[in-house]
Design a protein around this ligand. Structure first.
Ligand code: PLP
Length: 395
């Protein structure tokens, strides 16, 4: 049996009739740039999140970039970002001439903590981009509290975490900006690139609407320089079909995660990073996997409901690549998100000469993500579990 890491078209095929109808609607209307399809979809996504406003953009990356531009981030400014995330989180900062300041993450939950953020603040700090990595919420309440006290803008990178909740409230709605991605592998996967910015206040929303359209307002008057960061009408029409299904898909992801947790945690060489709060006791042996465990299961922070965009193991003892090779041989797809922490990327060397962020560096060597997309069958999940257990038994 072959179990792919991800395959978007199982989900899309199930909705083929409605999706084709949405295409035809846009085709017949003949209006392809912004317009009512995008406006409707923006209202639906804002309501889904309990956010006051939402602005459709061309990608998750452009959602982050436009948010920084909306607050005028520029050369000389510092923006605090976790070192363990997808490249886009920090790339957008550098593109504006500002400086990404990398902070370490918690080794148990993989997220930036309020403490590591607070410790990195300087008089030049203008914004922070907490990432809800792998669909798990960062300590967004703690981070917003610190940011508010220092008048720092909070731009939540919610690309992987649409639907994750903290205290019953959706992530992306806590900060000044919540940036979503509709890249096909995300929780609401589109047909190409697309993104959205959730905003709390009308001024930011208006700024974003201008920035995504070359900073233009009114027509052919440009008070600031924006870009072409528009969401396509076609994309918005297709995503309107998929949005009502997201909760069902998230429930399927959670079921798969629960099965992985239940089956794998039975094994004597499998543990969980047990820390009461992620930022406490991170040197505990089980947290660092020095307690004889070969695999550590994902740690779910208290008070949050994850959106399980990824199911990411820590494989300790230098065995990660061996497990990956074994899974590949067994027909199980897996991926290393992410093999190099951002502060060690050559393109950022200029910003971070010689900094050391041990948790991020360690995770880059240990993490391995398993298939968890909603349409996996029971048999496929079982095949993955059995393959991991066979590998553990042979240790
Ligand atoms: C996918 C992703 C992005 C970028 O989204 P795109 O739509 O691919 O531009 C940004 N941050 C994180 C954490 C992501 O996973």
């Amino acid at each position: 049996m072959n179990v792919p890491l991800f395959t978007p078209n199982r989900q899309n095929q199930e909705l083929a009739t409605e999706l084709r109808a949405a295409c035809n609607r846009v085709f017949d209307a003949g209006a392809f740039i912004l317009g009512s399809e995008v406006e409707q979809f923006e209202r639906q996504v804002a309501a889904w999140h309990g956010a006051p406003a939402a602005v459709g953009v061309s990608s998750g990356t452009d959602a982050l970039l436009a948010s920084l531009m909306a607050r005028g981030i520029r050369e000389g400014d510092q923006v605090i970002v976790p070192a363990f995330t997808f490249f886009a989180t920090a790339g957008v900062v550098t593109r504006l001439g500002a400086c990404p300041v990398f902070v370490d993450v918690c080794p148990a939950c993989f997220q930036m903590t309020a403490e590591s953020f607070a410790a990195a603040i300087t008089p030049q700090t203008r914004a922070v981009i907490p990432v809800h990595l792998f669909g798990h919420a960062a300590d967004i309440e703690g981070i917003v509290k610190v940011a508010d006290a220092h008048r720092i803008a909070v731009i939540e990178d919610t690309a992987q975490a649409m639907g994750a909740e903290v205290g019953g409230r959706k992530v992306g709605s806590f900060g000044d900006f919540g940036c979503l991605s509709f890249f096909p592998t995300k929780n609401l996967g589109g047909f190409g690139d697309g993104g959205m910015v959730l905003t709390r206040n009308a001024r930011d929303a208006e700024n974003l609407r201008q920035i995504r359209n070359h900073g233009m307002h009114p027509k052919y008057h440009h008070h600031h320089v924006g870009g072409n960061f528009r969401l396509d009408a076609l994309q918005a029409a297709l995503l309107q079909v998929k949005l009502p299904h997201v909760n069902g898909w998230l429930a399927r992801r959670a079921q798969h995660a629960a099965r992985y947790q239940a089956a794998l945690s039975q094994h004597p060489r499998v543990g969980i990073s047990r820390v009461a709060r992620c930022d406490e006791n991170c040197s505990a042996a089980d947290c660092h996997g020095d307690s004889g465990m070969a695999i550590l299961l994902p740690h779910v922070r208290e008070g949050q409901t994850p959106a399980w965009n990824q199911f990411t193991l820590r494989v300790t003892g230098g065995r990660r690549d061996a497990l990956r090779d074994y899974l590949t041989a067994q027909g199980v797809g897996s991926e290393i998100y992410y093999p190099i922490p951002l502060h060690q990327q050559p393109c950022f060397a200029f910003h971070c000469p010689d900094i050391s962020l041990p948790n991020a560096e360690r995770l880059a060597k240990e993490v391995l993500s398993l298939p968890i997309f909603p349409e996996l069958s029971e048999n496929e999940v079982e095949h993955v579990i059995n393959a991991v257990i066979r590998w553990l038994d042979a240790l």
